[in-house]
Design a binder for this molecule. Structure first.
Ligand code: PBG
Length: 312
């Protein structure tokens, strides 16, 4: 006798059958590990707001990259913390600044590593904003000139990819007009003004308590995200970053359905800190990362990248 309804249990009965029918699988090659390098450190230093993550020094950087490599990863995204900050974020464009040195060191000792350089003024300005300030406002176009200069030093140091994260209008066009075609540009196209960035402040050596609402996107916006993504594509982006990830799975799926470029989702510091605080964090992270991939992410930046890779 045939059933009058569909039976799903047979597909779930044994582990073997479940694995065979699994739709979403995580791969090591999809994960990107963030690394913080502090110019003022000799040894690495724990970041209290991000349990298990440390700020590195140039002296400890090789060991960290080796761990990343041994976990089976081949992509890192770098954040630099300079010893001195000023209103213009001048140190960011120093050809011998911390991030430029870190890029050169990684490319020399681990040439197979793909090095992504996060590009933003916020770690380098004393006011903590992502751009230059004029009359109490972000001066978008002056910031673009500054970002172009900084990006050229990252390219010269050997970065494979620059990832402008400050949500400046026209940044992709600006960078594409000065970088050579081998250096890829992955803008944070869809970056929300999010409270989930809280723990990053300590990691990036920032005591910023202001607001970025005047330039980052409000989390009430969905259609605006599509317009941001389209603008970056027209300006020549090589991939798009969506950030945060977990609370924005609808946005990841929207962008994935609309664009023919790789979509990178950034599981940010607040997401990491929350998930890390529960018992059995490995299972929780696995589920959340599968969710991000299922939503449409081609690559994922996560502070858990190294740990998840060890389990895959
Ligand atoms: C800006 C930048 C931030 C993050 C990555 N790049 C901070 C911000 O925009 O306020 C946050 C990442 C995280 O929370 O993990 N350079």
């Amino acid at each position: 006798m045939t059933d009058k309804f569909k039976r799903f249990h047979p597909l779930r009965e044994t582990k073997e059958i479940r694995v065979k029918n699994q739709e979403t699988r995580l791969k090591k090659s999809e994960f990107i590990m963030p690394i913080f390098i502090h110019e003022g450190l000799l040894l690495s230093k724990p970041i209290n707001s991000l349990p298990g993550i440390r700020q590195q020094s140039l002296g400890t950087l090789d060991d960290e990259i080796l761990e990343v490599k041994e976990a089976g990863l081949d992509k890192v995204i770098l954040f630099g913390i300079p010893k001195s900050k000023d209103a213009l974020g001048s140190e960011a464009a120093n050809p011998n600044g911390i991030i430029q040195k870190a890029i050169r060191q990684i490319k020399k000792n681990f040439p197979e590593m793909t090095v992504i350089a996060d590009l933003c003024l916020c770690e380098y300005t004393n006011h903590g904003h992502c751009g230059l300030i004029k009359n109490d406002k972000i001066d978008n176009d002056a910031t673009l000139e500054s970002l172009k200069k900084i990006a050229l030093t990252y390219e010269e140091a050997g970065a494979d990819i620059v990832a402008p994260s400050g949500m400046m209008d026209g940044v992709t066009f600006a960078l594409k007009s000065v970088l050579n075609s081998k250096t890829k540009v992955w803008p944070y196209s869809v970056k929300y003004c999010s409270h989930f960035y809280g723990p990053f402040r300590e990691a990036a050596g920032s005591d910023f308590t202001g607001s970025r609402e005047a330039y980052q996107m409000a989390f009430t916006q969905r259609e605006e995200a599509e317009r941001e993504a389209k603008a970056d594509i027209e300006e020549g982006a090589d991939a798009l970053i969506v950030k945060p990830a977990g609370p924005y799975l609808d946005i990841i799926r929207d962008i994935k359905n609309q664009v023919k470029l790789p979509v990178i989702a950034y599981q940010v510091s607040g997401e990491y800190a929350m998930l890390k605080s529960v018992k059995n964090d490995e299972a929780i992270f696995y589920e959340s990362l599968v969710g991000i991939k299922r939503a449409g992410a081609d690559f994922i930046v996560s502070y858990y990248s190294k740990e998840i890779a060890r389990t895959l």
